[in-house]
Design a protein around this ligand. Structure first.
Ligand SMILES: Cc1ncc(COP(=O)(O)O)c(C=O)c1O
Length: 383
């Protein structure tokens, strides 16, 4: 008999990480709502689990699924993307270390580094990560970590992951893969050391659960993450782990529909005289288009739009009806927001400041025609 073929992505998102349980054959991962696990003898565990803060079968199933989708050996789940970021930074950095990250990184990541880690003696340099020269110039003997977001939030800039990995000799490379999802991009295969997801976004996919996951091929890092997972306790609830795993089962079909809608809407927006620029890596005019073609399967469903001034950007955000004014992204429903006053307010006055004429749209999986009717009606209200 020939060896089994490796599973495709959609198959793995449904089956990897869980086999129907031996007791009742439940097709779905059971929600093991149990803080503790009965033992056969003193410290003799029955199924490998002891106490849920240090490990739980529902959480472990989610971790295995995300690891499989990223082609990683190990995965660790946390109560939010920021909890995952915090634990990963605490694991990789020590006082005196230096890290490099992008000038359009997620505002919450910047705030955590600038207000918490800087206090503990970690220094940082903010660069345009799309330029490997800029990264190379920022490296010091203390640099331990380069943190990338690609596509970035909210400028949708594309950084060449393989080129940055190639450049680094010593510092580790972390990619926040939240905007792409593992369906569109697998940073470990491109040379990254570790990958982070806010599972709150595309992985969960239904705007009903907050979470984060870190995946890696490093047994050492995984052990250190596991220590802090149990030791500091930023684990997801088992209910949240279940919901996230349930969302992941439809990731492939959702992402294709997200991308279909976004590709059409980006081109549609480009034709409006009310719009100054459309930032979407799928457009041939996007400066990162060639790199995106190489490292992503499709271009994602986040679109940023620059209007002619801030008043126009605000007017558009207030004028959509179907596309709801709200923070976050990656859910089945389309959302619009004004980063300068909403998600990225915390970077005002810093080198990460976002243009005030920029609007970010998370394109959902509604009918394309309905989204276009809503967008056109909102554009008509923009001066
Ligand atoms: C790119 C990116 N990384 C990390 C986070 C933080 O994730 P969470 O909100 O799940 O803590 C976000 C949240 O918006 C994000 O957009």
């Amino acid at each position: 008999m020939s060896a089994p073929k490796p599973q495709g992505f959609a198959t793995a998102s449904i089956h990897a990480g869980y086999d129907p349980d031996s007791l009742y054959g439940a097709i779905n991962t059971p929600i093991y709502a149990s803080t503790t696990f009965a033992q056969n003898g003193l410290n003799e565990l029955r199924g490998g689990y002891e106490y849920t803060r240090c490990g739980n079968p529902t959480i472990a199933a989610l971790e295995k699924t995300v690891a499989a989708l990223e082609g990683a050996t190990y995965g660790r789940a946390f109560s939010s993307g920021m909890a995952a970021t915090d634990v990963l930074l605490r694991t990789l950095l020590r006082p005196g270390d230096h890290l490099i990250f992008g000038h359009d990184a997620y505002g919450g990541t910047f705030r955590l580094i600038d207000s918490v880690f800087a206090e503990w003696g970690i220094t940082y340099t903010v660069v345009d990560t799309t330029s490997t020269d800029a990264i190379a110039a920022a490296i010091t003997p203390d640099t331990k970590l380069v943190w990338l977001e690609t596509p970035s939030n909210p400028a949708l800039a594309i950084t060449d992951i393989a080129a940055v990995a190639e450049l680094l000799d010593g510092p580790q490379l972390v990619v926040d893969n939240t905007f792409a999802s593992p369906y569109l991009q697998n940073p470990l295969a491109l040379g990254a050391d570790h990958v982070l997801h806010s599972t709150t976004k595309y992985l969960g996919g239904h705007s009903d659960v907050v979470g984060g996951v870190v995946v890696t091929n490093s047994a050492k890092l995984d052990e250190e993450l596991a220590f802090l997972q149990g030791g500091a306790g930023a684990i997801p609830s088992v209910f949240d782990a279940y919901l996230t795993a349930r969302g992941i089962k439809t990731l492939a079909v959702r992402m294709d529909r997200h991308c279909d809608n976004a590709e059409a809407i980006a081109r549609h927006l480009q034709q409006s005289p009310k719009v100054k620029a459309v930032l979407y890596p799928g457009l041939e005019t996007h400066p990162g288009h060639e790199v995106a073609l190489r490292q992503m399967r499709r271009f994602g469903a986040m679109i940023s739009v620059r209007f002619h001034d801030e008043a126009a950007a605000r007017a558009f955000c207030l004028a959509t009806r179907l596309i709801c004014l709200a923070e976050s992204l990656g859910g089945v429903e389309s959302l619009v927001e004004h980063p300068a006053t909403m998600t990225h307010q915390s970077v005002t006055g810093s080198t990460l400041e976002v243009p005030r004429d920029l609007v970010r749209i998370s394109i959902g999986i509604e009918d394309l025609d309905d989204l276009i009717v809503d967008i056109d009606a909102a554009l008509a209200e923009v001066e």
